[in-house]
Design a protein around this ligand. Structure first.
Ligand code: PHE
Length: 344
């Protein structure tokens, strides 16, 4: 057995020496050191020996094992280095070659505006409504009826609103205001949320109008909310978004779901208030609609208007982006011309 061990040691050492690749070495290791390997088959036969021989042969077998293990590890390091160097020299790259320019994607200007406005309102204590309360495919009931639109209101006309053929009274929402209803049905006051999203109107496309555009809806309902709170919030928003130097004005207006209602104008960026084509000669451009939430709307969602009051506003994202960057055609946002998009 002793001779046999010596033979194993000798032939294993030769094989290790001869191994050319890590693969060869692995095979040698399996052949000699694994559980089914040659050394182990000797160890299995130890039980037939005398105690004395068991001790001698056993310790010899262990020492052969250790010697081979060490030799294999050493050879493994050598072969690893050789293979690595070979790989490195084969895969060498020429770092002096000019590189391909990887074009970098950018955030779309409308998304930039939405992000910026969202941040402003978050700073003013508003949170962003969960998108499930603000679906783009909406019912006429939520988009109009719950918002106190009388049954024959012209906005419900087929000319303004996209109706679907699949289900009666299912529409593409014409405004984000329906999100107010869904939020108030879902949450009792205090409510303080904004909700950005797409809206659709059946309009002929022009430099000023597209049949898909974006709005950001805002809603605040609590005790003792007054028009002064609305003015304060909106003035603060305009000041942060446009900078303090841009004049604004509040104008009385009408929406079925707010009373009183107002529209906010900012001075025209194109002409500085002198009057031009963009502002139809008025010197002002409307950027948002707003007002105190109508008592009927609060009642519709089960909020007592004697206890709570609130305000709502809705702003056009395209309009606000065009005014900030002096863009004169709304269609530019939707054409995906990189020469335009690259500028943001
Ligand atoms: N939804 C209105 C529009 O699309 C804007 C608005 C929102 C007005 C909230 C008042 C309150 O014109």
């Amino acid at each position: 057995m002793k001779e046999k061990l010596e033979l194993i040691l000798k032939s294993a050492e030769e094989e290790i020496e001869k191994a050319q690749t890590l693969q060869d070495l692995e095979e040698t290791k399996l052949k000699y050191l694994s559980r089914k390997g040659e050394l182990n088959s000797i160890k299995k036969n130890l039980k037939d020996l005398s105690d004395e021989d068991k001790r001698i042969i056993g310790s010899l077998a262990n020492s052969v094992y250790n010697q081979l293990d060490e030799a294999i590890n050493k050879k493994n390091d050598e072969l690893y280095k050789i293979e690595l160097n070979k790989k490195l020299s084969e895969e060498k790259i020429d770092i002096t070659l000019p590189s391909d320019i990887t074009p970098q994607g950018k955030v779309h200007p409308l998304t930039q505006t939405i992000n910026e406005i969202t941040q402003i309102f978050q700073g003013l204590g508003f949170s962003v409504m969960a998108s499930e309360n603000s679906p783009e495919v909406e019912t006429e009931y939520i988009n109009f009826d719950m918002l106190n639109f009388p049954p024959n209101h012209p906005a419900k006309d087929m000319q303004d609103t996209f109706y679907t053929k699949t289900a009666p009274n299912v529409i593409l929402r014409s405004q984000t205001s329906g999100a107010q209803i869904r939020q108030m049905l879902h949450q009792s006051p205090p409510v303080r949320v904004i909700s950005p999203g797409r809206v659709y109107r059946c309009e002929s496309v022009s430099a000023r109008k597209n049949n898909l555009f974006h709005q950001i809806e805002g809603l605040l309902v609590d005790k003792d909310i007054t028009f002064a709170d609305l003015k304060g919030i909106l003035n603060e928003f305009v000041r942060i978004y446009f900078g303090a130097s841009r004049p604004t004005r509040f104008r009385a207006s009408y929406f079925p779901f707010t009373e009183p209602s107002a529209e906010v104008d900012v001075q025209c960026i194109m002409c500085g208030g002198k009057g031009c084509r963009t502002c139809s000669g008025t010197g002002w451009l409307e950027v948002l609609g707003a007002g105190m939430v109508h008592a009927n709307v609060l009642r519709n969602v089960g909020i007592d208007p004697e206890i709570y009051s609130g305000f709502a506003f809705g702003m056009g994202v395209e309009r606000l982006t065009m005014l900030k960057y002096a863009i004169n055609d709304i269609r530019l946002f939707f054409n995906n011309d990189v020469r335009f998009l690259n500028q943001f």
